[in-house]
Design a protein around this ligand. Sequence first.
Ligand SMILES: *Cc1c(COP(=O)(O)O)cnc(C)c1O
Length: 199
Amino acid sequence: MQLVAVSKTVPIERLRAALAAGFSALGENRVQEASPKVAALPSAEWHLVGHLQGNKAGRALELFSVIESVDSVSLAGRLARLSPDGRRVPIYLQVNVDDDPAKAGFVPIDLDRALDVISGLPALEVRGLMTVGHLVADPRDARPTFVALRRLSESLRGRHAAVGAGLSMGMSDDFEIAIEEGATLVRVGRAIFGERPAA
Ligand SMILES: *Cc1c(COP(=O)(O)O)cnc(C)c1O
């Protein structure tokens, strides 16, 4: 189980302290905000967890070790084309399991066809699936989302050998539930760094 400390809005000095305290993977949701942080703290394993615009794919590849938020075939194709020679880029496919119109990600029924294409991109290593659960009042209500992602992963892996078993799911309010349901990676911000300033 990997813990990614989501560090958006958290200043560099606090991230330096987090790394000194033993955290090794940090997550950011924006290329621009990540840029000076990655430059200051290059030893961390940086994960991109937010939507990536195609025109920032090249920059994202320079900054991040893992891209967790691949949400379209065209973005996957662009990352594959821009990936440096010899480097297989670890990615997760973001899935909109709850079919929430406000969320990015593949709709589950589209994943089979997407994977027919993405499996043919040797520059990408599909570690698994990622989801952002919908906002729920009680963390237990997040469970169906996590169960759905796990089942989707199981069925896809039966048909697409290139898909890894990774499940990136669970955030501050519901990571315990996500772990119970098989998360291999949790993305936790506020429970580590405290509340973020209002945007
Ligand atoms: C901000 C964010 C997190 C962390 O959220 P917390 O509620 O602070 O734990 C996880 N995943 C994504 C995609 C995020 O944008």
